[in-house]
Design a protein around this ligand. Structure first.
Ligand code: WQD
Length: 337
């Protein structure tokens, strides 16, 4: 099939483009390059021997989005494009609501005009909010606690309402947990702009000498070692989960929700130790105060994806850290290097 990937030059997007091409699909990418580099697609082409068609386009430019559908005979869409920094969303909520919601509505309207009604949406575990018991299960009541998470929740609502109103649509909502790692080639990986918000890219930048030390946000939680637990998932496992979801919904009308996670929680210090194992030496860190908004522990109930998609994570935390380190070591300054 020919698959349009919005946000396809980004971290998860570029890994998904690679998995799609390895599965025999042709790929078209739309990306505004606000938080990524088109170099990632060149690297993917070097790995697969296939060049994805790339449109430097913003989903807020509705005529340009429509033109992409006019130029390519798209069969389905995987929708990653959107702003995704929790902290920034708290300070600039309107920017997040406008970009993520209007961009998605423009995409959906263009799809409908061109008879493309199969979509896999990049949602997030953050929609589960703070009120749910762990492990998170898809049927739970959701309730995000920050503007970024609420945009994900509202897009899920938009797509759920669309699926209820028009049975021609095939819709997969994928709630993923904490993506880390990189393709084992070390040629593509996570390349955050500015100071990394997330744990593993920050550790990687300490390891490669770009940051002085890791600040561990809180060592006094009610967890085995006092640091927060999260469900880390290898980005290649995550990409393969998107391909599995795409295949599952092909020709199947309706709205489907799946957690993409390992089903286990790992602590900040466990991740740090695993990364040190990959690096071969210790990484300086300091335990500081808690980060506002952090939950002590959450991880996925991953049974539905296994049952429905025959998909589960296959790569360990050590593999995630080895692959993440190989990418960072080979690309100390990311794609800019
Ligand atoms: C993990 C743990 C931090 C950085 C976020 C988004 C979520 C999803 C994944 C998009 C926490 C600790 C972190 C650091 C630290 N993104 N930490 N020092 O917060 O679980 O999830 O990213 O969908 O929506 O909320 O991930 O990597 O930021 O934090 O101690 O420098 O690492 O306190 O316990 P998080 P994270």
């Amino acid at each position: 099939m020919k698959i349009l990937v919005t946000g396809g030059t980004g971290y998860i997007g570029s890994h998904t483009v690679l998995s799609l091409q390895e599965a025999g699909h042709d790929v078209v990418v739309i990306d505004n390059l606000a938080n990524s580099s088109s170099e990632s697609l060149q690297r993917v082409a070097g790995l697969t021997g296939k060049q994805a068609a790339f449109h430097h386009t913003d989903l807020l430019d509705e005529p340009a989005v429509d033109a992409v559908f006019g130029q390519h005979d798209i069969d389905a869409v995987i929708h990653f494009a959107g702003l995704k920094a929790v902290g920034e969303s708290v300070h600039e909520p309107v920017k997040y609501y406008y970009n993520n919601l209007v961009g998605t509505l423009n995409l959906i309207r263009a799809m409908d005009r061109h008879g493309v009604r199969s979509i896999v949406f990049s949602s997030s575990a953050t929609v589960y909010g703070a009120h749910n018991a762990v492990p998170y299960v898809e049927k739970m009541e959701i309730g995000a606690t920050n503007p970024y998470g609420r945009t994900k929740e509202q897009i899920e609502d938009i797509l759920s309402d669309l699926g209820a109103a028009d049975s021609r649509w095939n819709i997969a909502l994928l709630r993923y947990f904490n993506p880390v790692g990189a393709h084992p080639s070390g040629r593509i990986g996570e390349d955050p702009q500015g100071i990394p918000n997330n744990l593993v890219p920050f550790i990687a930048q300490v390891a490669v000498g770009r940051r002085e030390k890791l600040m561990v946000f809180g060592g006094d939680y009610d967890t085995p070692d006092g640091t927060c637990l999260r469900d880390y998932i290898h980005v290649v496992d995550l990409a393969e989960g998107h391909v599995a979801a795409l295949n599952h919904i092909a020709g199947k009308a309706g709205v489907y929700r799946w957690n993409l996670g390992s089903g286990t929680g790992s602590s900040v210090l466990e991740v740090l130790r695993s990364f040190e194992k990959a690096l071969g030496t210790s990484i300086p860190y300091e335990i500081t105060g808690r980060r506002p908004g952090d939950l002590p522990a959450f991880w996925a109930d991953a049974t539905s994806a296994m049952a429905d998609l025959s998909w589960s994570t296959t790569r360990s935390l050590d593999q995630m850290c080895e692959d993440h380190w190989r990418w960072q070591k080979n690309n100390p300054n990311g794609y800019a290097g």
